[in-house]
Design a protein around this ligand. Structure first.
Ligand SMILES: Cc1ncc(C[n+]2csc(CCOP(=O)(O)OP(=O)(O)O)c2C)c(N)n1
Length: 358
């Protein structure tokens, strides 16, 4: 069989901040102190919101939560790299990214409490509401990015999804479409190692998820997803390319430290030892060490930040709880069908709402 090289590719792995909090001087994105503290605050806020939201769910005050614990660097590092006019297409685990984009924490709690108002995006914030359908984010992001290309805009769109989603046709179709039509799209895969109980090695035989970009003819890059500086740098560069019609797939290597959702028990399918290994690579601890080393963070500043977060969260919880009294959750039945199908009609009635939307 005559053979010659038909194609060749490499996938780069980027890390700026290592596990011990040392920075690679050559790759350092040289962010301002203000931006560094924004990243730190963003990650701390998100983690505390997760902890509070899980506690509320455990008390029976909220529905299912999908925590982003351990994925704060991936989400905050990427969301903060977006310009205001860029678009964000989140999945169901993007509370940290939403917070960084400006969604108030009480709205995220409302969403978990089952209130439609929680999915309302603040005016001027170019984010879509969460889509639960796994992989759908890639096609929505490709569509938005394609529209930006057609309109000749200098903006880009980021679409978030997990490692499991990359086994769905939608993700490949989205990337392929984006490649063909020069869409302004960054596909951002948080490889948190699990799709509920299915581990990454049972998801694909490919060595990296980033290389799934190759078949679509777009750039693929892997980054340490627990390294907030690395994620910020890689996504900023990917957005620059996307704005010129060169879509990128970013694979952020991270770990879901907590449960898939509050309806899941990870101890059934993974070992504590593995979890501990990843806790040592915690994104917040590593960044804290780095900031302390540079004299940007000391005990006083940290306490100030933590106090402000606690205050904000206490208000958010109160507002969310008050909202539950004012908002009628049965309204969820009102705005999808002009005439409710019988099974939804009976659900509405069982929920305590009026029949026929009256
Ligand atoms: C199309 C579709 N199939 C199945 C589900 C049920 N489901 C919800 S989350 C999930 C796993 C997703 O894993 P991954 O994409 O790795 O994201 P992660 O939850 O780890 O963030 C599945 C199968 C769904 N929501 N949508």
């Amino acid at each position: 069989m005559p053979s010659e090289r038909a194609a060749e590719f490499t996938i780069n792995h980027v890390q700026v901040l290592d596990r011990e909090g040392n920075v690679d001087e050559e790759l350092d994105p040289d962010l301002s102190e203000e931006r560094l503290l924004e990243l730190y605050r963003g990650m701390k806020r998100a983690r505390r919101l997760d902890e509070r939201a899980i506690a509320l769910q455990r008390r029976g005050e909220s529905g299912t939560i999908a925590p982003a614990l351990g994925q704060e660097a991936a989400q905050v590092g990427s969301a903060v790299a977006l310009a205001e006019d860029d678009w964000m297409v989140p999945s169901f685990r993007e509370n940290a990214a939403y917070l960084a984009r400006g969604t108030p924490p009480h709205a995220l709690l409302w969403y978990a409490m089952g209130m439609e108002e929680g999915a309302e995006i603040p005016d001027g914030q170019n984010d879509l509401p969460p889509s639960i359908a796994v992989g759908s984010q890639a096609i929505h992001a490709a569509g938005l990015g394609w529209a930006q290309a057609i309109k000749g805009e200098e903006h880009a769109t980021i679409g978030y999804f997990g490692d499991g989603a990359t086994s769905e046709g939608d993700v490949y179709e989205g990337m392929n479409c984006a490649g063909v039509y020069d869409a302004h799209t960054v596909f951002f895969c948080q490889n948190n190692q699990y799709a509920i109980s299915v581990p990454r090695e049972k998801q694909t035989r490919a060595e990296t998820i980033a290389q799934k970009a190759i078949a679509a003819g777009i750039t693929g890059v892997q980054v340490d997803g627990n390294d907030v500086l690395g994620v910020h740098r890689v996504v900023e560069e990917a957005l620059e390319m996307a704005r010129k019609g060169e879509p990128v797939l970013v694979e952020a290597m991270t770990y879901r430290q907590s449960m898939h959702t509050t309806a899941d028990d990870p101890s059934v399918y993974r070992e504590r030892e593995e979890e501990e290994g990843w806790e040592e690579r915690d994104p917040i601890d590593r960044f804290e060490t780095y900031l302390e080393g540079r004299g940007i963070l000391d005990d006083e500043t940290r306490e100030e930040i933590e106090e402000a977060i606690e205050e904000e969260l206490a208000e958010a919880v109160e507002r969310a709880q008050e909202g539950r009294e004012e908002i009628d959750p049965a309204e969820m039945f009102d705005h999808v069908f002009s005439e409710l199908p019988p099974e939804l009609e009976s659900q509405r009635a069982a929920f305590g709402g009026e029949e026929n939307g009256e």
